[in-house]
Design a protein around this ligand. Structure first.
Ligand code: 6AU
Length: 270
């Protein structure tokens, strides 16, 4: 995050992780730092959303455990659309368990995350064992998708009263630093790691709770605009209901894409 003022093409060259490199390249090619969070509950709507909004996004974020008919066709559809529209897939699974359990939840299991999700997020509530366990899986010589998978640590949350603050958030940074071959950054509301900058590290910051029209919802979600998220250090902005639940999702996606990209250009030229 200490490199957040550099343009994406430079960060792509310097970044040691192939997934981060790819993501910066995609963002630059498409002029988009937008992540659509498609919290849709059936495969047809999910895939339709990925196809119609695909041209405007860098990343398509899923919650496949809310997709009632999730299965092979969902996976195949997502993979095909990610190639067609050149976006990465981020499963917002928020893994949070002991190492032995998350290894089975990530690689195999009913969701088969390692097969199709370029990025998955996790929470370090249980300490750094989860990070070591997932790092082991994706760096093993037998792993079928070498250098194609990465993780984000959920370092802060947008919900009112979140307990992920202060020393907990700081600990997330310490833990990420231990596993650079798998941990590429954070889901957070601002740039992290700048208090003790390390010039060689470049954590990607994904900021959620982004909405142009609303201050929050009835269940304690809190929102900010694309511009304020990027000013605070977001590299990628995650928008969900602000886009897919609007009257015209394609127009909304274009609007969020333009706002996010303009804020990125302003930050990198400042
Ligand atoms: O824009 P919304 O409020 O419709 O949706 C926000 C999306 C949802 C949440 O599960 C997710 O972002 N989210 C996350 C993530 C991405 O991990 C963290 C957080 O702190 N707040 C949050 O809303 O899919």
């Amino acid at each position: 995050a200490s490199l957040s003022k550099l343009p994406f093409p430079e960060r792509a060259v310097a970044h040691p992780h192939p997934v981060a490199k790819r993501l910066f390249q995609i963002a630059e090619t498409k002029k988009s730092n937008l992540v659509i969070s498609a919290d849709l509950t059936d495969s047809e709507s999910l895939l339709q959303c990925a196809d119609s909004l695909g041209p405007y996004i860098a990343v398509f974020k899923t919650h496949v455990d809310v997709v009632a008919d999730f299965g092979d066709e969902t996976i195949q559809g997502l993979k095909e659309l990610s190639k067609k529209h050149n976006f990465l897939i981020f499963e917002d699974r928020k893994l949070v368990d002991i190492g032995n359990t998350v290894q089975k939840q990530y690689h195999g299991g009913v969701l088969r995350l390692s097969e199709w999700a370029d990025i998955v997020n996790l929470s370090v509530l249980g300490g750094d064992g989860i990070v070591e366990a997932l790092d082991q899986i994706v760096t093993a010589p037998s792993f079928p998708f070498p250098e194609q998978r990465a993780f984000l640590i959920l370092a802060e949350m947008t919900s009112k009263g979140s307990l992920a603050t202060g020393s907990y958030t700081q600990k997330c940074i310490d833990i990420a630093r231990k596993c650079p071959r798998s941990m590429i950054g954070f889901v957070a509301t601002r740039a992290l790691g700048e208090a003790q900058p390390d010039e060689n590290e470049d954590f990607l910051v994904f900021t959620t709770g982004v909405n142009l029209a609303s201050q929050g919802d009835k269940l304690d979600q809190q929102y900010q605009t694309p511009a304020s998220a990027v000013e605070r250090g977001a590299d990628f902005i995650i928008a969900s209901r602000g886009i897919y639940a609007s009257a015209n999702p394609v127009e909304a996606a274009k609007q969020y894409q333009a706002a996010g990209w303009a804020a990125y250009l302003k930050r990198t030229r400042a």
